[in-house]
Design a protein around this ligand. Structure first.
Ligand code: ZN
Length: 85
């Protein structure tokens, strides 16, 4: 599987943010926002994790990588840790 396919598959899950998600708190929505799995960048580098469209970064599921390509490589090698194959 390619990194893009793994990300797409991981995003089939409907996992949501915390119950105090800003979607509820600030926007009056009934449910917390759905988390988006992907490769993100912070000051420390690129990492694999989930992001809440309302609250921002939710969790980190890898170490930090210098480049997005290295993070993709790791994702492909460790695919079974992130999605069911
Ligand atoms: Zn949230």
């Amino acid at each position: 599987m390619t990194a893009t396919e793994i990300i797409a598959k991981a995003n089939e899950s409907e996992e949501c943010c915390f119950s105090d998600c800003l979607a509820i708190e600030l926007k009056g929505k009934k449910d917390p926002a759905k988390l988006v799995f992907g490769i993100y960048q912070s000051a420390a580098g690129h990492y694999i994790g989930r992001y809440c469209p309302e609250c921002g970064p939710f969790d980190r599921q890898s170490g930090y990588f210098e480049t997005r390509e290295k993070a993709e490589e790791y994702l492909e090698q460790m695919a079974e840790c992130f999605v069911e194959i």
